[in-house]
Design a protein around this ligand. Sequence first.
Ligand SMILES: [Mn+2]
Length: 304
Amino acid sequence: MLIITSGRKYLDIDAYASMIAYRELLKAQGNVNVTASTTAPFNQSVPPLVLDLGYSLDEPIEGENSRYILLDVSNPDFFDKRVTPSEIIEIIDHHTGFEQYWTNYPNIKTQIEFIGSVCTLIYERIIQSGHTEILDTDMCKLLIAGILDNTLNLKASIATDRDRNAYHGLLKLGNVSENFYKEYFSACEAGIMKDFEKAVKDDLKIEKVGMLPEVIGQMIVLNLDNFNHEKMKEIFADYPEWMMNVILLEDGKSYIYFGGDGVKQRLEQLFDKKCKNDGLLIIDKFLLRKQIMKKARDVRPIGC
Ligand SMILES: [Mn+2]
């Protein structure tokens, strides 16, 4: 049995959509025993609007002779809890940091490229395979949602021409309205506001990278009404150091709330920018958490 899966902590729309689309591609290519499943909960980037489309994940299974394909994750510490390294056959991801590591495992096929979305990589594979019959309206909407979310409506600098090509190709093939992005982002925000604290906590990355605090949250929002430093402090009370990257779609800036000893100095050094008020650093461009983490990896930490 081929099992397509992703990370262990939560599943976002890029993983959700790419897992489903890759399952359909492998089936179209003649693989009978292939499922796509997760043991992780969905985060708010997978709203009812997406769950109501004509595709869904399979129930998680495990058993003899399982072989795993991992999408949207390549850090082995974060794999779905069912996965053991000897059972992995393929990894497709767009997070950097583990490209070198996987070259030690020549039996595992890897495609790790720093582009906007794994959905773009799967779209390209579908096009190359000639199986465009998979790309009906609902499948196109799924993949579009993954691209929109992970590239911030294609405005983030992480968005490449390949992501833009995929997006426009999918709009056309699926006959999807150009206004679908508004529908998608407001559906996500409606879910977030129902349980704001849970939405933040379901999407934390806990990983020590360079000068960054160990705990990093992220939210992409249409307005900042729900954010202030006091509220962030309450949500992150369990963590000695943290930051919350709030990306405002309206003005295209990244509002970084933070707390913990020395975090202010480290962030100011990393971004070469002074905080206007305590506990908040405003960056004048769209900056995704994975870009911030890449930047932190590329910069030598203090004292090294
Ligand atoms: Mn992704």
